[in-house]
Design a protein around this ligand. Structure first.
Ligand SMILES: NC(=O)c1ccc[n+]([C@@H]2O[C@H](COP(=O)([O-])OP(=O)(O)OC[C@H]3O[C@@H](n4cnc5c(N)ncnc54)[C@H](OP(=O)(O)O)[C@@H]3O)[C@@H](O)[C@H]2O)c1
Length: 313
């Protein structure tokens, strides 16, 4: 089969198209003929050897796919334990879900990690209540666009998206944010003028995290999702005491070994919301499997808008 293989984690260019053996069927795992594979920032970190899990090379990146399950013939989407950027992938059966008949494979591949993470962040971790205000950073990115839509589907009163530049602020609006602020402007003052945030979804980190603490309502929750900006922030905790704030970690992959049931419950909500029209992954760019390295480079150069998906077959 064709797959993108990393022999040495030196960055996006390390993911090269090769012919390798198909993975074998295993107990408890689903063998999937992949039609589309989602690409995320995590894959970039994997190719650089900077992700929290470092698979031994050679390895195939890619942690989310949509395709046809070999044993049942069902159309499914799945979270893979790497190996998604390939014509055939294996995924734990409990992370493999049949998709609605009308759902295209590229949409299904775009609805996996970011949307599952947004669901976990805003429900179980962030305890979002009806009518609350949600501030979303990286609002044109994968986790950001998903968080905007999941927050709206869960009944947020107002969703504020922060993104850099005209093209990205437009994408945040297209994703469904009610208010859009440019990351280059005084977004802290603007959020305060809007009454502050009850919940902040932060996949960016660095200054974005530090500054968010200045525009949250008392008893607000800041959800730590990622550090795309590169700096992992630190915090004098007296600020939490003074303003009654919570800072909460969110780790989709890390929760799976502790609770195998939560992704299925999230998938049920996400598929229903897709059928109702309230979640729509922003599939902005078209890439073939062979374009994987280019797509990963776009992540590294902060050029990605919405959710890229590799068309595999
Ligand atoms: N915790 C979890 O379970 C979980 C799950 C999935 C992903 N993640 C993490 O979430 C983060 C975002 O992932 P994603 O797939 O949404 O990435 P993405 O689509 O590239 O979005 C990240 C956003 O971060 C902003 N950014 C600021 N500085 C940046 C820089 N130096 N380089 C790149 N982007 C920068 C960009 O927005 P502006 O240009 O508008 O500022 C960009 O749109 C990553 O750290 C990823 O590892 C965590």
């Amino acid at each position: 089969m064709r797959a993108l293989v990393v022999h040495e984690p030196t960055g996006p260019g390390a993911a090269r198209l090769e012919e390798i053996d198909e993975p074998a069927a295993q107990d408890g795992m689903a063998l999937i003929d992949v039609h589309a594979a989602g690409v995320g920032f995590v894959d970039l970190l994997l190719t650089k050897g900077e992700y929290q899990i470092r698979p031994d090379p050679p390895f195939v990146p890619g942690i989310e796919v949509a395709g046809t399950r070999r044993d049942t013939g069902e159309r499914v989407c799945a979270t893979t334990l790497f190996g998604g950027f390939a014509e055939v992938a294996v995924a734990p059966a409990f992370l493999t879900f049949p998709i609605p008949d009308a759902m295209p494979f590229d949409v299904a591949a775009g609805l996996v990690i970011n949307y599952q993470t947004a669901h976990l962040a805003l429900t179980r971790r962030g305890r979002l209540a009806q009518g609350e205000t949600v501030l979303v950073h990286g609002a044109a990115g994968g986790v950001g666009t998903a968080s905007i839509q999941v927050a709206k589907a869960l009944g947020a009163g107002r969703v504020i998206g922060v993104a850099r530049g005209e093209e990205k602020t437009r994408a945040a609006a297209e994703a469904g944010a009610d208010e859009i602020l440019d990351a280059g402007g005084d977004w802290v003052a603007a959020v305060r003028e809007l009454g502050g945030a009850d919940v902040v979804v932060d996949p960016v980190g660095g200054d974005r995290f530090d500054e968010s603490l200045r525009c949250m309502k008392p008893e607000g929750r800041l959800l730590v999702v990622g550090f795309a900006e590169g700096r992992i922030p630190t915090l004098p905790v007296n600020r939490l005491l003074l303003r009654h704030l919570d800072v909460i970690g969110v780790n989709f992959g890390g929760l799976v070994p502790l609770d195998q049931a939560f992704p299925a419950a999230a998938a049920t909500d996400l598929f229903r919301w897709w059928e109702e029209g309230s979640v729509r992954p922003l599939l902005t760019d078209e890439y073939e499997l062979a374009d994987g390295a280019r797509c990963l480079r776009d992540f590294a150069e902060r050029r990605v808008i919405g959710k890229p998906v590799l068309r595999v077959r």
